[in-house]
Design a protein around this ligand. Sequence first.
Ligand SMILES: [Fe+2]
Ligand SMILES: [Fe+2]
Length: 264
Amino acid sequence: MNFSLNEFLISVSNTLDAIETDLFGVPTNHSKRIAYIATRIAHKLMLKPEEIFDLAALSLMHDNGATMKILDDKINYTVKQKIAVSESRKEHCLIGEANLKHFPFLTNPEDIIKYHHEDYNGGGFFGLSGDDIPLFAQIIHISDNLDLKFDLNHTSKELLVNYIVANRNGKFSIFLSDIVLDLMDEKEFWEDLKDENIKRALEHQIPLFANALSFKNIRQITHTLSRIIDAKSILQEGTQQDYLVVCLKWQDTIILIRRQNIKF
Ligand SMILES: [Fe+2]
Ligand SMILES: [Fe+2]
């Protein structure tokens, strides 16, 4: 079966968006912005298309292991604060890495989600530093950090540039900091990050791929998605909202359907 990996990735992203909208009341576009910044960095580094595809997939799912249970008593927090709290535990790195074990990546990336909160100078959940941190994890970290610290829809360029300069050769490597500073010089970069543009801008950055997948592969993928959705849906216990992921073959594309109010 010819399986469009891009359509699949967009379906995964849409499914996560739907859950996020239920949890936060609005789609935050957090993961899309991380994926956009990360793939822009990857293009600057002239990574292979397969690597850029995998980096986009990893970025879109970088917080798949963040349980929402810890948000139960944070109802007065802003959306930004809730995202920061949901990312504040080491476990979300370990659970997220394990959840993606059977995802159909093209380049076998390892330990990227596990180390996506490591600072270049050794701060972070696992104390890794320098180039012991996988490059993809470093790229996701710098992208994630910008969206966690600032409202990228409205924050002034000057504030962000100052932040990167202050953390250059600290939280982030000099190498990646300078690439991000280059990106910030582009008007298009700021336009693309806006909520109304981010989806289209991101799709533009992801190379096209289709793969032949066996039924076994597809079963593994649906299992992966179920694990992610189960973890994300913990907050919804008692609110009668469950998710059913159904894979259908339609014009050589697998599509995912979300339904609400389903009893198993
Ligand atoms: Fe995270
Ligand atoms: Fe994040």
